[in-house]
Ligand binder design. Structure first.
Ligand SMILES: Cc1ncc(COP(=O)(O)O)c(C=O)c1O
Length: 391
């Protein structure tokens, strides 16, 4: 018997929620933010902290690093040492600060498109250049193009690569072999890897992600890994994460930049939330993953039965669907806007994740109660039908 009720519909309107800052009739299934109540143990711990009424500055206690160390050892079979962890206010602050520290203007940063749109900002805002290594879709499964990757890494202007592991939006869990090849190639050309592992705990039941730094000594040595409990426990607004950097010199550099950028100080709830999630949230997380998998099954089945021009492309990690709509759109880029206008369904537009690599795709967030998924699928079918009729 499930212990938690993921069917419960929370009314997030009027709470300054980024996701729900939409019109009355709109249904948001865009930004990677869940509509589930977080694990009750986390809420209880935060309420206890709030009850004191004194919200001053915080220190980072040993229990914070212990919680990460224990979770990664138990869940992901990776040994982390206390001194290898640095607190950061977010995964994106870590990515952005690391890009700033490790590149000079006009150097290349390789990313595997389609990929999380904010990576582009982290690169461009720091004066570096985006170098795309597009993923390849082979028999319904996304794969890395290693030949092209080597070319991009071999460019003398390339100094950094940002890996998304598991990958947002395509939902792949990269294998040990794939990650090892990435590590060897990056080491060969002197390229540092930032591995964004924020989605690591959102995986289908029975599936396990592979931490990049755990794959080989080379991967450990050349990597900055950004990890957090935020995405998988629905606590992203609490701004709590860690950078895991085994190499001492690299760690010192990133630590200095996080400090300079003032991203190294926790707010008064950040430590409590992370420690409680990792110490006591496991059972909730497992149920959440099973619920999301069932949502994916429902949505994929619905799309296959009702929208033959859409290929929902199953995912093994994340709560996202990366739907291939190219049969419906052809070369057009207006599908997402059209669906929002006609049906109120607000999903993410593929082109955000790479103008070419994402063209004709939609990203659909399924981390919500089943009734909302059902509503979303009905709206999607209506939108696709009207889109075809309007052409
Ligand atoms: C791959 C990836 N990295 C980072 C983030 C955001 O991380 P944070 O809120 O910790 O900056 C997201 C949020 O959607 C994401 O999908």
């Amino acid at each position: 018997m499930p212990k938690y009720n993921f069917d419960e519909i929370l009314n997030r309107r009027g709470t300054n929620s980024l996701k729900w800052n939409v019109g009355e009739n709109e249904l948001p299934m865009w930004v990677a933010d869940m509509d589930f109540r977080t694990a009750p143990v986390i809420t209880e711990a935060l309420q206890k902290r709030l009850a004191l009424g004194a919200y001053g500055y915080s220190v980072i206690p040993d229990e914070w690093s212990d919680a990460y160390i224990h979770w990664w050892k138990e869940r992901h079979h990776l040994d982390i040492r206390k001194e290898e962890l640095i607190f950061s206010t977010g995964v994106i602050p870590t990515v952005s600060s690391t890009v700033r520290k490790l590149t000079t203007p006009n150097e290349n940063v390789v990313i595997q498109t389609p990929v999380y749109n904010i990576f582009f900002n982290c690169i461009v805002n720091n004066g570096a250049r985006v170098l795309e290594n597009p993923l390849i879709l082979k028999d319904g499964r996304w794969e890395m193009d290693f030949e092209d990757l080597e070319k991009k890494l071999a460019d003398p202007q390339t100094s950094l690569m940002i890996l998304c592991n598991p990958h947002n939006p395509v939902g792949r869990i990269w294998t040990k072999e794939e990650l090892s090849r990435v590590g060897e190639l990056c080491a060969k050309y002197g390229v540092t890897v930032i591995s964004d592992e924020i989605h690591c705990d959102i995986a289908d039941p029975g599936k396990e992600y592979v931490p990049f730094a755990g794959v080989s000594e080379t991967c450990r040595r050349i990597s900055v890994t950004a990890i957090a409990p935020t995405k998988c426990f629905n606590i992203a607004g609490l701004n709590t994460s860690a950078a895991f950097i085994p190499d001492r010199i690299l760690r010192h550099k990133v630590w200095r930049q996080l400090n300079t950028d003032e991203c190294g100080e926790p707010n008064f709830l950040a430590i409590t939330a992370a420690v409680t999630a990792f110490e006591k949230g496991g059972e909730w997380l497992d149920e959440m993953n099973a619920y999301v998998r069932a949502n994916k099954d429902y949505a994929i089945d619905f799309i296959r039965k009702n929208m033959p021009e859409i290929d929902p492309l199953d995912t093994e990690a994340t709560y996202l669907l990366w739907a291939d709509c190219r049969k419906a759109t052809g070369p057009r880029t207006d599908l997402q806007k059209f669906i929002r206008k006609e049906t109120g369904l607000y999903v993410s537009c593929g082109e955000q994740y790479g103008v070419t690599a994402g063209q004709g795709f939609l990203r659909i967030n399924l981390a919500c109660p089943r009734a909302l998924v059902e509503d979303g699928m009905r709206r999607l079918a209506e939108g696709i039908r009207k889109y075809a009729a309007a052409r």
